[in-house]
Design a protein around this ligand. Structure first.
Ligand code: ATP
Length: 599
């Protein structure tokens, strides 16, 4: 599973992003800030289109999902309840020589001979270091290299001319204890909390410590009751949110893929617990097989809802131009799942920098995770805030009154056990957990429960990068004189393309052409992002738009003015970015035609 160095293709993409104004390094004039990025004019449009597509498809066209826009800094108790304060950490290791920091799970395992030293002395200066150090080299032949690295280590400890002490060697297989870049020993792994801290108010005290949210989801849980009451929704229903999230990633890398500030698009879709479905409908519908399960049905349990959202999300990605074969549906293995999660599917995109499998196939990197999270989140907030997170379900209450006693006992026992398990795992003492779980099971039989949740959680920036990688193409196009030259063309799906149409007067020194072109621009502008360009040869103007990924180009020429006869009057040339085909279109048909193509 070799991880190729950022490929040549990736270098071209990064350079295009800067050259064309998709993505810039944050604070570039001051040398940049690692893990932070700015989106230029084209990137800003692209991101906006991605977010609009998500908001529209997940919220606006549905009856069962509503939106939320919460604050970035929230009460620190939220992060205790969610588990972020105690467990949102990655293991990190530092190179003892260069101090470079790595995420422990990202250190590529290596094999070789480890040369160890117990310390070093500098006789002339009368100095000594008893710090042990070790260097991994590919074979015993490289002992001199190991000694050179070790000497650097002791030089950093103030020994100008170190003589190494106690050299010993041993063979190691697949060890991740050494820096792959120089062979130097790494520190033992230590947890590093990824939340960025700040202080709220004028005093920088522990009491005022707060966090920039590491995910948008928690606000949805914290506002669950307010949204439920004001939106008059009933379970099953969802709450979606788009917004900034911050993680102090140990090792930001792969361009914007792992950043310290990014945006998420998250949906929490609340559903009845399976026991409630069974009480109402006698059985929980079973998945008929893989693929989209169709229109949601009232007897769906968590499994079908989870499958539904996985498939909906894949359709979303396909709908904005990521082909099915560029995506991977990765089902987390039981040992990878969080203890409360029933299933998690990660949707991966095959980025050029993705790892490769044994066959050389790109394995993909996560764009989105879709998790069935049981009732963990709302239950946690219920415990930590002391505020009820339950819903009352009239239908369930009515169904429970009619249940056969044996069935009621069975469902109640199953629900009791699930609640008891959660409470014990959360650290509640066994007797208290048992009492609480019994009350919860009784409440269920009276129609009340904490909803379960399915969470599709996606990153805007990773998707923007996937769309940019996917759009990047090099092909051949004829120049002014018909000679083929290579062109870079960003084949964005028109729905997310930053600019939808470019309008060009054939010549800029012909006022009639210019004024007609501006007329066309103004006609289209209320409906889409239009770019007007009159500078340079028409071929060059096309090429600039190809690089920006503009799907359509409209040229106003002398035919438009009726100079070649009345039948061409008020028609324009419409050029398709991908096929480069041109057709004549009537100006009054242009708007509806383009609106149809970009929808
Ligand atoms: P990873 O394993 O790659 O760190 P994660 O599983 O921690 O990601 P989640 O907590 O599930 O990620 O966050 C949901 C989504 O938010 C991810 O699928 C991704 O699209 C986005 N995301 C998470 N961390 C980052 C980051 N550092 N930079 C950019 N996007 C991110």
């Amino acid at each position: 599973m070799a991880e190729p160095k950022t490929s040549e293709l990736m270098e071209k993409i990064v350079s295009l992003c800067k050259r064309r104004g998709f993505i810039f390094q944050s604070s570039e004039i001051y040398g940049g800030l690692n893990g932070f990025w700015d989106y230029g004019p084209l990137g800003a449009e692209l991101k906006r289109n991605i977010k609009d597509c998500w908001w529209r498809s997940m919220i606006q066209v549905r009856d069962d999902v509503v939106g939320l826009e919460a604050s970035i800094i929230m009460h620190p108790k939220i992060w205790e309840a969610s588990g972020h304060t105690s467990t949102f950490s990655d293991l990190m290791v530092d190179c003892l020589l260069t101090k470079k920091r790595f995420r422990a799970d990202q250190v590529e395992p290596q094999s070789g001979i480890a040369f160890s030293y117990t310390g070093a002395t500098d006789a002339t200066a009368g100095k000594e270091s008893k710090d042990p150090f070790s260097v991994l080299v590919p074979s015993a032949k490289h002992v001199e290299h190991a000694r050179k690295i070790a000497r650097q280590f002791y030089q950093q400890r103030g020994l100008e001319n170190p003589a190494l002490l106690g050299e010993s060697s041993r063979e190691l297989q697949n060890t991740a204890a050494y820096n792959p870049e120089n062979g130097g020993l790494l520190t033992d792994p230590r947890p590093f909390n990824l939340m960025l801290k700040t202080y709220v108010g004028p005093v920088e005290s522990e009491d005022n410590k707060s966090y920039l949210r590491p995910e948008t989801a928690q606000a949805i849980f914290a506002q669950f009751q307010n949204v439920l009451v004001t939106s008059r929704q009933k379970v099953p229903f969802g709450i979606g949110q788009i917004g900034k999230a911050f993680r102090n990633e140990i090792n930001p890398r792969n361009f914007t893929f792992r950043s310290r500030e990014f945006e998420q698009m998250e949906l929490e879709f609340f559903i009845r617990p399976d026991e409630a479905i069974e009480a109402i409908y006698a059985t929980v519908a079973a998945p008929a097989g893989p693929g989209h399960p169709g229109e949601p049905q009232p007897n769906w349990g968590w499994q079908l809802w989870h499958q539904y959202w996985v498939e909906e999300r894949i359709r979303f990605y396909e709908g904005i131009g990521l082909p099915r074969q560029s995506l991977v549906e990765y089902w987390q293995k039981p040992e990878e799942l969080a203890h409360y999660a029933r299933a998690t599917v990660d949707i991966l995109y095959k980025f050029p920098f993705s790892k490769q499998d044994e066959k050389g196939e790109l394995m993909g990197e996560e764009l989105e995770g879709i998790a069935a999270r049981s009732d963990f989140d709302l239950s946690q907030h219920q415990r930590f805030s002391g505020k009820p997170m339950m819903v009352f379900d009239e239908e369930l209450k009515a169904a429970c009154l009619k249940l056969a006693p044996a069935k009621a006992a069975e469902l109640s026992a199953r629900y009791f056990e699930a609640r008891r398990k959660y409470l014990v795992k959360a650290g509640v003492d066994a007797a208290k957990a048992e009492k609480q779980a019994r009350e919860d099971a009784e409440a269920l039989m009276k129609g009340s429960y904490v909803p379960h949740v399915i969470e599709p959680s996606a990153g805007v920036d990773r998707l923007a990068l996937a769309l940019i990688c996917n759009a990047y193409n090099e092909d051949q196009a004829p120049d002014e004189k018909g000679k083929l030259e290579s062109r870079v063309v960003m084949k964005f799906n028109p729905r997310i393309a930053p600019i939808k149409v470019a309008v060009f007067p054939l010549l800029k020194n012909k006022p009639e052409l210019v004024s007609k072109a501006k007329e066309v621009r103004d006609l289209l502008r209320p409906h889409m992002r239009v770019f007007y360009d009159e500078a340079g040869a028409i071929g060059r103007r096309y090429r600039r738009q190809d690089e920006a990924g503009t799907p359509f180009g409209v040229t106003i020429d002398f035919d438009t003015l009726g100079e070649q006869g009345p039948e061409q009057k008020d028609t324009v040339t419409l050029r398709d970015r991908d096929s480069m085909k041109q057709e004549r279109v009537k100006i009054n048909e242009l708007g509806p035609m383009l609106i149809e193509k970009i929808r």
